[in-house]
Design a protein around this ligand. Structure first.
Ligand code: BES
Ligand code: ZN
Length: 595
């Protein structure tokens, strides 16, 4: 029986021969900026004469089958996919070993000099696997349909600590050698490594934070509700399957808000706001412990099954901890992101489908707000239709029945019909939501009194040019974000100056508030209070793709590409490859120009 569906982003042929366990033995060398070692796999074969792995920008030195040298060949190179690594095997081969090292082009890994870290004393390294970058630091069958357990031995300079998406050390070792074990089977995009001058602080007996010295106490404080989040998540959709839930706060070039590496979420330092106002990100990555890590999208066309479910689950965790008002504000910020994204795709409406068709494209090209916010809206609308209790028991059973398995969109639709809609006699336009562009008419409309009040304050200001400070004094980050994002097209620079003088948005320490303010400054040609210098500083220090892409897009949209380029030239060396690739495309750049 063929178990794996065809997918366009991996060369592997797992129906013929598949990896089941990885034993990784590597050395991390900051001098030469290489990771070198051997990846040994347990394999299962169907009488195949070769096993195919994915590899990109790797130096393959030799390959063994059952401990003996065997032949291998490399397929043609593809810009997105890399190359097939074809290894000759026989019917009794059950182990293969690939001796390899990474190269200067390896995309998953970012090597940071001490000055790019917070404490500025030691170098740092982190990897990013999703969507198809793991193959650039480990030769592997890099499809989300594959699941493997892994053990790893990682040698690093002995003043540094190594951590992975696995059972982790809490202290540095004397010799810089670290042993890891991930005993639950995970897809390759969730293998992750970070190395730096790290410390650990617990929050509860199963949650805690890793960060550099000067960040670790702040992180522990910011994320102090983490145990409550795990408990709330378990109450909703069943036991947490991964035992430990830690977060590592990385240097600012980390290209995402967060990445759900199992047992150890990777996070941007831009969420450390000092007031827990941006911790929905932790709820989000935690939710992936069910949607994504337990039940995994089978192909990147099914990405919305990971992200849409996670945004819904994130919102439910936030509601459980902080109430409905907060959850609705978060949902409405997402609703506006969705409206913006649909506008961005007005000339390519097929990109607004939940189920994508990414054949021949880099999966990264499909990873925008649609999967997140339209996926959320679908589930939220379904909740309204079937009732929360029924949806919750359906989801709980969905996660437990499909745990450690993969899911295609088609399989999900069948499962939904069979287990929720038909038994309850419910008529719902599932196909329209999933396979058609745009947003169906039956979408729920979320309302927030709090946001309506911010709109009133804004309108009063636009009429009267003054703001009654008593009305804004208790506003939270979400309210400020909503306020700033809803300036009318016609707002004058004088009004922006007044608002900036009153609220000092240009110097906002909250990264989300700063980002949306900078976007407005670019949109409206506002140059007061030295905001240009602040924007440049932000773009050269922060590598979070969503933030920086929003700002570069604003420059581009407002015919300020020259200004964007001037900043980008300075900023690009600080960006991880996933951010640099996105911005290269956005600003129409050939990467070579910078090398
Ligand atoms: N899994 C994603 C990050 C990702 C997406 C990596 C696509 C590679 C390709 C992660 O869970 C995520 O969604 N991060 C968001 C956080 C947010 C929605 C709270 C981010 O980085 O902004
Ligand atoms: Zn996510």
């Amino acid at each position: 029986m063929t178990k794996y569906v065809e997918e366009p982003h991996s060369y592997a042929q797992p129906n013929d021969a598949v990896i089941t366990h990885l034993d990784l033995d590597i050395k991390v060398d900051f001098e030469s900026k290489t990771i070198a070692g051997v990846a040994t796999y347990d394999i299962d074969t169907n009488d195949a004469s070769e096993i195919i792995l994915d590899s990109k920008y790797l130096d393959i030195e030799k390959v063994e089958a059952n401990g003996n040298a065997t032949t291998f060949s490399m397929g043609d190179f593809n810009e997105d996919l890399g190359q097939a690594l074809k290894i000759a095997i026989t019917e009794d081969t059950n182990k293969i070993s690939v001796f390899y090292k990474t190269t200067s082009q390896t995309e998953a890994v970012q090597w940071l000099a001490p000055q790019q870290t917070l404490d500025k004393e030691q170098p740092f390294l982190f990897t990013q696997g999703q969507a198809i970058l793991t193959r650039s630091w480990i030769p592997i069958q890099d499809s989300p349909q594959i699941r493997i357990t892994y053990d790893a031995t990682v040698k690093v300079p002995n003043n540094l600590m190594a951590v992975m998406s696995a059972e982790n050390p809490k202290q540095k070792t004397e010799d810089g050698v670290y042993q890891f074990k991930m005993k639950q089977p995970i897809p390759p995009y969730l293998i992750a490594l970070a190395v730096g001058d790290l410390e650990y602080k617990p929050i509860s007996d199963r949650t805690g934070v890793y960060a550099e010295k000067s960040m670790v106490d702040k992180a522990q404080e910011e994320f102090s509700d983490m145990e409550k989040m795990v408990a709330a998540a378990e109450k909703l959709y069943g036991d947490y399957a991964w035992e430990q839930f830690d977060v590592i706060v990385l240097p600012p070039s980390f290209p995402f808000g967060g990445m759900e590496n199992p047992r150890l979420t990777f996070a941007t330092p831009t969420v450390i706001a000092g007031d827990k106002s941006l911790t929905s990100l932790v709820a989000h990555e935690l939710a992936h412990s069910w949607s994504g890590n337990l039940v995994t999208n089978a192909t990147w066309d099914d990405f919305w099954l990971n992200e849409g479910f996670t945004v819904y689950f994130e919102n439910r965790i936030m509601e459980a901890l902080y109430g409905k008002d907060r959850a609705n504000m978060i949902a409405l910020i997402g609703r506006q992101d969705l409206a913006d994204e649909i506008e961005n795709f007005k000339d390519a409406p097929e990109m607004t489908r939940l189920k994508l068709d990414l054949e021949g494209k880099n999966p990264d090209d499909g990873m925008n707000s649609i999967a997140y916010d339209k996926g959320f809206l679908f589930l939220r609308t379904l909740e309204e239709k079937v009732g929360r209790d029924k949806l919750d028991s359906f989801l709980k059973a969905y996660f437990s029945k499909n745990a450690f398995k993969t899911m295609t969109t088609e399989k999900f639709v069948d499962y939904l019909n069979l287990n929720l809609l038909e038994p309850n006699n419910i008529d719902f336009n599932v196909e329209e939501w999933i396979y058609e562009p745009g947003i169906p008419d039956n979408q729920v409309v979320i309302v927030s009194d709090k946001f309506e009040q911010t709109e009133t304050v804004l309108n009063t200001f636009l009429d009267s040019k003054s703001i009654d400070a008593s009305k804004t004094k208790d506003w939270t980050t979400d309210e400020w974000v909503h306020f700033i994002r809803n300036f009318p097209e016609s707002i004058s620079t004088e009004d922006l100056q007044r608002l900036d003088n009153a609220f000092d948005f240009t110097n906002a320490s909250n990264s989300h508030i700063a980002m949306v303010w900078y976007e407005q400054a670019i949109n409206h040609d506002y140059h007061g209070n030295d905001v240009d210098a602040k924007i440049e500083d932000f773009l050269t220090h922060v590598g979070r793709r969503w933030y920086v892409a929003t700002l570069y897009k604003a420059f581009e949209r407002n015919d300020k590409t020259e200004a964007a380029l001037a900043i980008y030239k300075k900023a690009r060396p600080n960006y991880h490859s996933v951010t640099a690739n996105t911005i290269d495309d956005l600003l129409g750049f050939e990467a070579e120009e910078f090398e």
